[in-house]
Design a protein around this ligand. Sequence first.
Ligand code: UT7
Length: 324
Amino acid sequence: MGLGHFVPSRVVTNAELATILTTSDEWIQQRTGIKERRWVDGDVGASELAEPAARQAIKNAGLEVSDIDLIVFATLSPDVFFPGSSCLLQDRLGLNGCAALDIRTQCTGFLYALSIADAHIRSGLAEHVLVVGAEVHSSGLDMSDRGRDVTVIFGDGAGAAVVGPSDGTSRILGHKLHADGKHAEILKIEAPASRRNPRITHEMISQGLHYPHMQGRAVFKLAVSLVPKVIIELLEEHDLKIDEVDLLVPHQANQRINEMVARRLEIDPERVYNNIERFGNTTAASIPIALHEAVLRQKVKPGGLVCLAALGAGMTWGATLIRW
Ligand code: UT7
């Protein structure tokens, strides 16, 4: 019914990162397509970034904040370990009392969150659901060379959507969601962790276990095979073909991944929306930010078929089809 997004005003260029780490604008652009990303200044949590995105989405839906009866908040960088960022956002919005839950499926978070919103609406459990993807990565990145592969790719940002009952052709057609925990180790933050006692020690901090660690090539390989596969799987379930997709909005993890996915699907690159060069990888926020930009740029017309797709830590991956 409505979309919104918000990114911090501070632009961090590749050149600025090269003053902190041993890296270069050339390496980052060639390997990832990223030119710059946004990072917050000071103490800003995911729910703070989410608030303006959420208010915009509610306004664009033609609703009042009080019309929302469920918040589904996808993030891997919650404001605090607990309670969930959904409750913190709910309080910021003054929506005290409505249902609120967090989703922890990382880059696929927004798609899982949308599926929960859709199921609540279809079953009559909720009428207007606020779906949010928001991340503050910059306060948790390894600024030494040890973490340079990950640090250069992550950006901060928030995106939001309001989902409600369909009043015509415009509707979510379906979702296909997957997870495979055998790949849990290839992309993770280890500490603080309940499986460690104590959850965090000075030694863990000196080992950098509180920073994200990624086996980049392994994630890359899974992404270029599983993302096209799940898109085809979902399209077939709905008797649709890739040629009928007007816009593919993939998770923004790496421009090269998205180019390979487009080649494998044989979809015209003009019909794939990418903005990674300006925002980097904002994890759960990347799809709603890109989708909202695409709508603002009139890349999606009423009646058009939109496909969202993502893969991330877990591993989790999936796709969603929307008739606009
Ligand atoms: O959103 C969640 C899902 N995440 C993804 O989908 C990310 C998937 N993976 C990737 O996007 C890529 O693997 C990366 C962009 C993270 C890394 O690119 P790569 O082409 O796989 O590089 P690599 O890790 O194999 O490293 C190649 C070289 C290494 O040096 P040597 O061993 O060849 O001498 C790294 O040490 O590049 C070096 N390197 C860097 N050099 C300059 C790693 N990071 C950097 C850096 N700047 N930031």
